[in-house]
Design a protein around this ligand. Structure first.
Ligand code: ZN
Length: 270
């Protein structure tokens, strides 16, 4: 178990998927609420707390979207943890077919699009503080859907692109190389824009660039390790029978994909 995931509190098990809240997250919410209270009194603190809870509710639903689709494809899901920077869904990576990858990736943004459709009439009918609240929540969901659908691997949109190349070429590594190369070009453009307009864009661009490179390396290692199962390429397999490394296999680790609403980490795991 990574120490990264310790110090977290279980919130519940929606659809049988464990949702945890990290200590850092509690501190973050507490600090922001306190600061809002200092600036604008108890009313401001109240709305800040409600908005943060709703925001992370939407993040959790986005991650649940990925997890539920993964589970539908019989891919192991380890749970969701809420961090100050977003939700983290741990989904196992071995034995994911292009078709499953496509649906898992699109499952998160679809949740935000559905939420945006639900929030539009609610915001329209609201007034005063409720209007500001639902308007903000609506904007956040639209932004989350669009940002994650950018074809910049390892964002959800980049994974959709990779699944397309994978299905077309039957070569997971080549598909990853192409998707990462496209993602890094987008990151460079984003970073250049950031220099002039918004420094946050530089950070996000760096994140996409580095994480893409890291996942490409992981894929190269996996591709060069003998695989215990048969298929056109190591990662293609029937989604109903995810392969398990046999005792004689030298594959060193299983890997999990850690998804954040603003991107995806790819970590080896025993
Ligand atoms: Zn996502």
């Amino acid at each position: 178990m990574f120490s990264f995931f310790r110090n977290s509190l279980t919130l519940g098990h929606p659809f049988g998927i464990q949702v945890r809240i990290h200590g850092l997250f509690l501190f973050f919410v507490g600090a922001l609420t306190f600061l809002a209270g200092l600036g604008g009194g108890i009313g401001e603190a109240f709305w800040t707390l409600i908005l943060l809870s709703a925001l992370f509710g939407c993040v959790t639903l986005h991650e649940l979207g990925h997890c539920l689709v993964a589970r539908h494809f019989r891919i192991r899901v380890r749970g969701i943890t809420l961090f100050p920077l977003g939700g983290v869904a741990e989904i196992e990576q071995i034995g994911v077919s292009p078709r499953a990858e496509f649906w898992i990736a699109i499952g998160g943004p679809i949740v935000n699009i559905v939420l945006a459709f639900i929030l539009t009439p609610i915001a329209y009918l609201s007034q005063g503080a409720f209007l500001a609240f639902f308007d903000t929540l609506l904007a956040i969901n639209v932004a989350m859907a669009f940002f994650n659908l950018l074809p910049a691997f390892p964002l959800d949109g980049g994974r959709i692109l990779r699944s397309h190349f994978s299905a077309r070429w039957g070569n997971h590594l080549r598909a990853t190389e192409k998707a990462v190369s496209i993602g890094q070009k987008i990151a460079l453009v984003m970073g250049a824009f950031g220099l002039f307009y918004n420094p946050w864009l530089i950070l996000i661009a760096l994140f996409i660039y580095i994480m893409g490179q890291q996942e490409l390396q992981m894929t190269r290692i996996s591709a060069s390790t003998p695989s215990p199962h048969h298929g056109p390429f190591p990662f293609t397999t029937s989604s109903h029978h995810p392969p398990h490394p046999s005792p004689g296999n030298h594959r060193p680790t299983r890997t999990i994909v850690i998804r954040l609403p603003f991107g995806t980490f790819h970590l080896p795991r025993r």
